[in-house]
Design a protein around this ligand. Structure first.
Ligand code: TYD
Ligand code: MG
Length: 448
């Protein structure tokens, strides 16, 4: 190795910041002994360097899993060579859903290898029995060692590999316990490489734990192609599967499932599911809001209960399925811009069905529900409201208003109060009332 000055061709065996020959700064570059410059050696490039216009898109074949909700979330199915991080809290249903997917794929298309680092083969079999998984092409291995998992992949040559979980898998050649950040990275990179070279699809299960000692799935999110998380409460049987990253499709998508005695069942019509029996009489405090989960509109029923505190103690403000801070803001907006005084009353708000919504499109619904309960008068059950409410009482636009209208109309809503900016008077067979201020919105509500 030697160094040559770009300016004066001065040669030296050492690197200098300033050329000893001509005094130029930062002009020495490393060359091979034969004098060719390493840094700018372009001979290797040959025909490999292509303009983006010359790159052919190979027709990527997506492999449907057979679970339609999962397929929709993934953008149509699995991509060969793709690695999916599947996260969620312990006990939420990750192993169940993946085993269901494994069975469906094994029945339909080919060999699947399900590796469990947490359960014995017998325990996996027990769960499999519950969900009716019994395919001959579904291979189960109880293993925590990376090298043995890789050996099993060589032997089985599966279409899909499931590693449950990434936190229980360890590379023996790497220091540190299974689940440490170092192990997590090493194991993930090795499995990602293997996945690409085999052209299979791999699911890495990651537990989200509250303990800081163990590294969470977030630490490998940047390595994988797709990251999806299974969420839901432990008391309710609704599960939401969300994609937060997808190199092959849309993110922020949501699939809805219900946990049953026979595994997770996809809910294709969430509105009907969450609304339950649509014929029941409407009560004061209840209002319909077309919310958005990802890009998907869902019509939900929001319920408020306002009751006097009796003059002692701090008034309660409790929310289920809604952001309590946002609700407190809405109560403040009501005090200031509607001159409605709720100060001394207890306020309870809840979203029916166990959904958890973090969306400002529910703002106007919160106000309408609270008002309806406070006045003890029901709103028309053919009316829905949607809109973000600003601190000065202005109604702000919401995303995908048209889709929300269509969903509401589909479920029998006839009149909808929406942000004015939409500039629509009639759509999807609905009577549309555009409003600019929260006071206007309240006037437009028809109480029964
Ligand atoms: P599991 O898939 O083991 O969760 P994770 O892998 O995310 O830790 O699911 C655990 C819960 O699901 C458990 O409490 C039992 C329940 N369950 C059902 O309700 N129905 C079923 O068919 C199965 C297999 C599990
Ligand atoms: Mg599990």
């Amino acid at each position: 190795m030697a160094f040559v000055c770009k300016q004066c061709d001065h040669r030296s065996v050492k690197w200098f910041g300033r050329c000893p020959g001509c005094g130029q700064w930062d002009s020495l570059t490393e060359v091979r002994a034969d004098g060719t410059d390493i840094a700018v050696d372009t001979t290797w490039l040959g025909e490999e360097l292509r303009s983006i216009s010359e790159i052919d898109l190979k027709n990527v074949q997506r492999l449907p899993t057979g679970l339609s909700e999962l397929d929709r979330l993934l953008g149509g199915g699995l991509i060969p060579g793709g690695v999916v991080l599947f996260g969620g809290e312990p006990g939420i249903g990750k192993s169940t859903l993946l085993l269901q997917m494994a069975e469906s794929l094994a029945r339909g298309v080919g060999k699947i290898l399900y590796v469990s680092g947490e359960e014995s083969e017998g325990q996996v079999k027990l769960r499999a029995t519950r969900i009716g998984a019994n395919s001959e092409r579904l291979f189960v291995l109880s293993e925590q060692s990376l090298s043995r998992i890789m050996a099993a992949v060589e032997q089985v040559d599966p279409l899909v590999l499931i590693v449950d979980s990434i936190q229980t898998t360890a590379d023996e050649r790497v220091a540190g316990e299974a689940g440490s950040v170092k192990q997590l990275r090493e194991v993930s990179s090795a499995l990602i490489q293997l996945t690409k070279s085999k052209g299979m699809t791999t699911f890495l299960v990651g537990h989200i734990t509250k303990e800081g000692a163990f590294a969470g799935p977030k630490t490998i999110e940047h390595l994988v192609d797709v990251a999806i998380y299974l969420e839901g409460s432990r008391t309710e049987d609704v599960r939401m599967l969300r994609s937060v990253k997808n190199r092959f499709g849309a993110t922020n998508e949501v699939a809805v499932f219900q946990m049953t005695a026979g595994g997770l069942v996809g809910i294709e019509d969430p509105s009907r599911f969450f609304l339950g029996d649509s014929d029941r009489p409407k009560h004061p405090g209840s209002v319909y809001v077309p919310i958005l989960e990802g890009t998907r509109p869902i019509l939900v029923e929001l319920q408020a209960l306002v009751s006097p505190t009796g003059g002692y103690g701090t008034p309660q403000r409790r929310c289920t399925g809604l952001d309590v801070n946002r609700v407190l803001l809405m109560l403040a907006v009501m005090e200031k811009h509607l001159e409605v005084h709720i100060g001394a009353a207890d306020v309870y708000l809840s979203l029916a069905g166990g959904l958890d919504v973090r969306e400002r499109g529910t703002d106007l619904g919160v106000i309408a529900a609270v008002l309806s309960s406070l006045r003890n008068r029901a709103l028309s059950d053919r009316t829905a409201v949607v809109g973000e409410v600003g601190l000065s009482g202005e109604i702000r636009p919401v995303r995908r208003l048209r889709e929300r209208m269509a969903e509401a109309a589909k479920l029998g809503i006839q009149r909808m109060i929406v942000p004015q900016s939409a500039r629509m008077t009639k759509a999807e067979g609905l009577e549309i009332v555009g409003v600019e201020r929260v006071s206007e919105a309240i006037e437009a509500l028809s109480f029964e």
